[in-house]
Design a binder for this molecule. Structure first.
Ligand code: HAS
Ligand code: CU
Length: 542
């Protein structure tokens, strides 16, 4: 024992542990899926098992790994920047509730009764415990939101003039986006899916359910992304011995996410009937608004990295790039996540264009898109952050440092192959969510058959990368040498912000966001509920 007294981090560690366990399980399923799509004969390979696995993979990675990781990070940032956490009992209770819900949903999936994929679109119907478990996970996450808001309100009372510490500013925005998003999910699950799965109502309307789902589904992606941006803005510049290029720009970016994350859901429903084209256009315009803060982020983070190089004396046009610590596992993860996001984000702009969306919707392209965005920009940032967090939170030196440095590069290569190929075969017409790339031996499938094999190789590289990550995490946790935890320090901006101002008025921006959501959704939802509709009975293919 090094004799260093560590602060109590049980809450954060519990959250990270659940997140990483979900990641490990999700990764094991992913590699089987990639091989199955390439028609490699696996033992017990079947359609039933494939779709069960895709459901588990999507739920564990996209909903469980992310949510628990973000909650853990939120508590960590709150404690480090505001000095303490209020309502700790609620935080602990919410953790157990969310974990209970997660287990309930996972058991429902693994039992084979809830093969509905991570979007759980009706008329596919799951066992009621799938929906109730997911609800408990969300209710648990609301407890987390309440704790962060309460902590902020109490801190603000004592610091009326201080600008919100930027890292917390970002996490609070993520919380607000989550509350706005999950309000739509609550309507879908509580008024439609739960009563339907319990047999209290016989039918549901798939388009109305999808509309509520995408009210939730798009801001969900920013609930994942914003914490990654918190890392890019407030931890990385400091870590590479640079400075944040502009504190003000970062604050504006986060506030724009409150405003424009939610009123955009129809860009997932361009091909859905019953929604007037003019409303799809409105959501397209807001979608292009929400591209803007990411473009600003690209500018600010690149400028901050350049500042780091300049401070080290680099004077050339690009030599500052080589001066960045590419052999440091944390920086390499984030740097590669950023590079990948430049491509994934560009793909997002293509998806958002009505005419181009028609070419890529429901094809493998979409899989490619979200594996570059959530699967790399976000997930690789979170994995890299673990390398930064573990010495600070556990007071242990990273075990297997060589594996830690290889891991992000393997992920990057694996995902470039997997994501790249899926973009290409998507353009050739390969649908998403298919069990076999042969697609019932159809003629058109011959064009992409060999390529699904290459994408499966990408999947195997990703799996090896996941194993490296898990080995470093477990090794460090169990056997890492005890050290005095390094300092937790956030980036300094080139120019400090003076006093709290417009960008700290979170309540006001939330009200504006609610007005925008009502403007984007009230009329189309009214139309959907009042036009003659055809509801559907449940459908269980397996
Ligand atoms: Fe998306 C579908 C549009 C971003 C996730 N998206 C999905 C789905 C998921 C998802 C999961 O308009 C599938 C849902 C399903 O199952 O059906 N997406 C966008 C747009 C953006 C976008 C406009 N998506 C994301 C992010 C996600 C995510 C972020 C997760 C985290 N997406 C769509 C649309 C669909 C869609 C349609 C529906 C398609 C359909 O038909 O089904 C934008 O937010 C993207 C903005 C990003 C940028 C990139 C900025 C670059 C940065 C990095 C800079 C650093 C560099 C390197 C270059 C403009 C910030 C630095 C240099 C060094 C030296 C290191
Ligand atoms: Cu979206």
């Amino acid at each position: 024992m090094s004799g260093v007294e560590l602060p109590d981090r049980r809450l954060e560690v519990q959250h990270f542990a659940v997140a990483i366990a979900a990641f490990g399980l999700g990764a094991a399923m992913a590699v089987m899926q990639a091989l199955s799509r390439a028609d490699i004969p696996l033992p017990m390979r079947s359609e039933k098992l494939y779709y069960l696995s895709v459901t588990a993979h999507g739920v564990l990675m996209a909903l469980v790994f992310t949510t628990f990781f973000i909650m853990g990070l939120g508590y960590f940032v709150a404690r480090e920047t505001l000095g303490k956490l209020e309502w700790k009992g609620l935080a602990t209770g919410s953790f157990w509730l969310a974990l209970f819900g997660t287990l309930m949903t996972t058991v429902a999936i693994l039992s084979g009764t809830s093969t509905v994929l991570y979007t759980f679109y009706p008329p596919l119907q799951a066992h009621w415990s799938f929906y109730v478990g997911a609800t408990l996970l969300v209710v648990g996450s609301w407890g987390f939101c309440a704790v962060l808001i309460r902590t902020y309100v109490m801190w603000r009372k004592d610091h009326p003039e201080t600008p919100t510490p930027l890292a917390f500013h970002g996490m609070l925005v993520s919380v607000i986006v989550w509350i706005l998003a999950t309000s739509g999910l609550a309507v879908e699950v509580l008024t439609m899916l739960v009563p339907w799965s319990l047999g209290l109502i016989k039918t549901v309307d798939p388009v109305i359910a999808r509309t509520w789902f995408w009210w939730f589904g798009h801001p969900l992606t920013y609930f994942w992304l914003i914490p990654a941006y918190v890392v890019w803005y407030t931890i990385v510049p400091r870590h590479v011995e640079g400075k944040l290029f502009s504190d003000q720009l970062a604050r504006v970016v986060f506030i724009m996410f409150i405003l424009f994350s939610t009123p955009v859901g129809f860009h997932h429903q361009f091909t859905d009937p019953g929604i007037d084209a003019s409303w799809k256009l409105v959501h397209t315009i807001t979608t292009y608004m929400i591209l803007f803060p990411s473009l600003v982020t690209a500018f600010t983070v690149i400028a901050s990295l350049e500042v780091a190089g300049r401070l080290k004396g680099k004077k050339g046009l690009f030599d500052w790039i080589g001066a960045l610590p590419w052999k440091d596992p944390f920086f390499a993860s984030v740097g590669l996540a950023m590079l990948t996001f430049a491509v994934g984000g560009f793909g997002g702009a293509i998806n958002a264009a009505y005419a181009m969306n028609a070419m890529v919707h429901n094809t493998a392209w979409i899989m490619g898109h979200f594996h570059l965005t959530v699967g790399t920009a976000v997930a690789l940032t979170f994995m890299g952050l673990c390398y930064w967090l573990m010495p600070r939170v556990l007071g242990r030196e990273l075990k297997f440092p060589k594996l830690a440095i290889w891991q992000p590069y393997l992920w990057f290569v694996g995902m470039t192959i997997f994501g790249g190929i899926n973009h290409v075969v998507g353009l050739m017409g390969m649908p998403r969510r298919v069990y076999s790339g042969k697609f019932l031996d159809s003629e058109v499938a011959k064009g992409w058959e060999g390529m699904t094999l290459i994408s499966a190789y990408g999947g195997v590289i990703l799996f090896i990368s996941s194993l490296c990550f898990l080995a470093v995490i477990l090794g460090t946790w169990l056997w890492g040498k005890e050290i005095a935890p390094p300092e937790v320090a956030f980036s300094e901006p080139l120019e400090a912000t003076g006093k709290a101002g417009l960008w700290d008025r979170f309540g006001f921006w939330t009200v504006v966001a609610v007005v925008l959501i009502i403007a984007a959704y009230a009329v189309p939802l009214y139309d959907l509920y009042t036009m003659p509709r055809f509801e559907s009975l449940p459908f269980k293919p397996f």
